[in-house]
Design a protein around this ligand. Structure first.
Ligand code: COI
Length: 374
């Protein structure tokens, strides 16, 4: 038998992996029927196309949810997955919102490990720092016209080699003003397609105007930070040697495994962490802002802009306060936050990202016990 894991395949230019779908050996499928009352054992399927009825609620009523995780190669060539147990629980949380039977944690972990090990040659070489991106998904899959949960469901795990989503350089962020990501009592904390598809036209428009990422405020008042369209929000306040990391505690954001890990890493450095509401008017006071997510890793934010009438009661101009990182234009509140470091990540982001990647890549001891071997 060939030794496991196999080396990386030589059909990919590993110096330029990018963030896109690539065909691999196959994916994992498990099926659930109400009649059987349980998920079937995971099966490896080589065809990337799945068989699902055209009248499935997944396709018609958005009854689907997904996850994102990463597997990386350690210096010795072994493969490890970053915190898959956390994603299992998060997918169970999403499943409840869309009335899909929860995938038990053991099955989720077995399926994820199987998907990675049966595609192990597509886990990038350790030196590239790139990862295998893991995409578990659940759907209501049998035909159902009425607005009721169907009889059958699917759980799939796809994998593909990727670099990081937004690159590694600082990006400009735009606060979306005319579109609310999640209703105040809605599905904002669930990782479902319905929280992503409606953002596409706004993020596309923003990208064409030079913004690499879009940011959502809370829908009810537009006065507190929720999250970026692709990732969680982390702010850092630095006062002399004191560093405090802040993340929004909004009930309408997806519980980011990466952001949670960054907070734990920050605490291990002796930094303070706060989970609390972050007022929009506080943004100019932040020393650094970062976007945290599986695909994003940790992206330094160069600036945050909002197109708001400076006379609006929401505006920073009206609120007074510290405006050192803020400039109001004539017609709109323009730069709400601007980073000191414009070309590279700031020192806080850099230190956190280095430690996160070192743990994921097995370069330092995993004192948190986060990585699961494959
Ligand atoms: C992830 O970071 O895993 C996500 O699901 C975000 C997605 C927009 C790529």
């Amino acid at each position: 038998m060939a030794p496991f894991p196999p080396p990386p395949v030589n059909t990919i230019d590993w110096s330029n992996v990018g963030f896109r779908v690539r065909e691999v050996n196959g994916h994992i499928e498990s099926h659930y029927s109400v009649k059987m009352g349980k998920w079937s054992p995971p099966q490896f399927v080589t065809d990337p196309f799945i068989r699902i009825h055209g009248m499935a609620p997944a396709l018609n009523y958005g009854q689907q949810a997904y996850e994102g995780m990463k597997a990386m190669r350690t210096p010795s060539g072994d493969i490890q997955i970053f915190r898959p147990d956390r994603n299992a629980v998060r997918m169970q949380h999403s499943a409840e919102f869309i009335s899909v039977p929860p995938v038990p944690t053991d099955l989720f972990l077995d399926a994820v490990k199987a998907a990675v090990s049966l595609n192990a040659g597509f886990v990038p070489p350790h030196e590239t720092g790139a990862a295998m991106y893991i995409r578990p998904q659940i759907y209501g899959s049998s035909a159902q016209l009425g607005l009721n949960p169907p009889e059958e469901y699917m759980f799939c795990v796809y994998v593909m080699p990727t670099g990081v989503y937004h690159g590694t350089h600082p990006v400009n962020a735009l606060i979306l003003e005319d579109f609310d990501r999640a209703a105040p009592n809605g599905t904002g904390s669930a990782k479902i397609g319905g929280n992503y598809a409606p953002v596409l036209r706004w993020s596309d428009k923003a990208r064409n105007e030079g913004y690499g990422i879009t940011l959502h405020l809370d829908s009810a008042t537009h006065s507190e930070v929720d999250e970026f369209s692709t990732s969680g929000f982390i702010g850092a306040v630095v006062k002399g040697d004191d560093v405090t990391l802040v993340v929004p505690d909004s009930k309408n954001v997806i519980q980011s495994v990466t952001a949670d890990s960054i907070l734990d890493i920050g605490e291990s450095f002796g930094w303070k962490v706060e989970r609390r509401s972050i007022k929009y008017t506080e943004l100019p006071k932040l020393s650094e802002v970062m976007a945290a997510g599986t695909a994003a890793a940790l992206v330094p934010i160069r600036s945050i802009e909002r197109r708001l009438d400076p006379a609006s009661p929401q505006s920073i101009s009206s609120a007074g306060g510290d405006q050192s990182r803020f400039s109001a234009g004539k017609d709109s509140e323009k730069v709400t936050y601007i980073a000191d470091a414009q070309e590279d990540a700031g020192p806080i982001c850099l230190r956190l990202l280095t430690q996160l990647k070192s743990i994921q890549l097995g370069k330092v001891k995993d004192d948190f016990n986060w990585c699961a071997p494959v």
